[in-house]
Design a protein around this ligand. Structure first.
Ligand SMILES: Nc1ncnc2c1ncn2[C@@H]1O[C@H](COP(=O)(O)OP(=O)(O)OP(=O)(O)O)[C@@H](O)[C@H]1O
Ligand SMILES: [Mg+2]
Length: 260
């Protein structure tokens, strides 16, 4: 059975200029222990989908379950089962990295000693040990990103949603994050649902890809299968494959008339 399944999941935003259909009916089945790469051009509806699946945004249509919990009737169950790292990180405070991690543990009802222990474990996993006593506000962009991820892992979620987790990370941190994601899958059976614009990353990391454009799924399969189907051969680059699937990736709003 799929650990994430959606049927006709949709979200329209009402704006002054009229409705914006961000997600127009997405059907997904994500398998337990899979690393799913959720790809699509800017504005395709990826973040909106993740925000719905993590209960932060109410769908305007359709249904979904995450780890057996229905989004509409059991949002608390969904929240306990998943961790979420938002596209723009949320950590910018005067408290230290250690305090931030311990507070997060306490929020998940760990006792004081266990929360302190968990903070040390997470710091080890995310290469934050030397930064434990630094103020969060003083972290670099990449360090802050690693803290966001550590916090999302506090309660050992079955499903981890990562929205562009490696944007702004240096190559070493990026390789470290790839290792961590693989370890979560291999050692803990964690399902990882991640978006990225780095196609080398999607190619290296994802067991399966789902490509969305303009709020709908336009292709899905293993990287190899998509290359064969859309890129012309199994040796095609994922970049060429992606462009074949999504055109040049521009949505109508992004397409300005070109003066010649
Ligand atoms: N709160 C909102 N109000 C109005 N429109 C919104 C809102 N949030 C998102 N949208 C619109 O919905 C569409 C999908 O946005 P979304 O953030 O899901 O895209 P994305 O695939 O994550 O893009 P990116 O790759 O740039 O992060 C966009 O056209 C965006 O402008
Ligand atoms: Mg986004």
């Amino acid at each position: 059975m799929a650990i994430i399944s959606t049927a006709g999941l949709a979200r329209t935003f009402q704006t002054k200029r009229g409705p914006v259909e961000a997600v127009s009916g997405i059907d997904l089945a994500v398998h337990e222990g899979e690393i799913l790469g959720f790809l699509g051009p800017n504005g395709a509806g990826k973040t909106t989908t993740l925000r719905m699946l993590t209960t932060l945004l109410a769908p305007s249509g359709g249904a979904a379950t995450v780890a057996g919990h229905d989004l509409a009737t059991d949002p608390g169950g969904v929240r306990r089962a998943c961790g979420y790292v938002a596209q723009s990180g949320g950590v910018d405070t005067q408290i230290t990295v250690r305090e931030e991690l311990v507070t997060q543990g306490r929020l998940y009802r760990l006792d004081r000693a266990r929360a302190a222990e968990r903070a040390e474990e997470l710091a080890r996993d995310l290469d934050l040990t030397e930064l434990l006593d630094r103020k969060c506000a003083a972290l670099s962009g990449g360090q802050r990103r690693r803290l966001d991820i550590a916090m999302a892992l506090t309660h050992r979620p079955k499903v981890l949603f990562l929205d562009e987790p490696t944007t702004g990370l240096d190559p070493r941190s990026r390789a470290g994050l790839w290792d961590l994601v693989r370890r979560l899958r291999d050692e803990h059976g964690t399902t990882v649902f991640l978006t990225t614009h780095y196609l080398d990353e999607a190619d290296a990391l994802a067991d399966r890809l789902v490509v969305v454009d303009r709020g709908v799924v336009v292709a899905e399969g293993t990287p190899a299968a998509l290359k064969l189907e859309y890129g012309g051969s199994a040796d095609a680059s994922l970049q060429d494959t992606f462009l074949a699937i999504t055109g040049r990736g521009a949505t109508p709003a992004d397409t300005a008339p070109v003066a010649v």
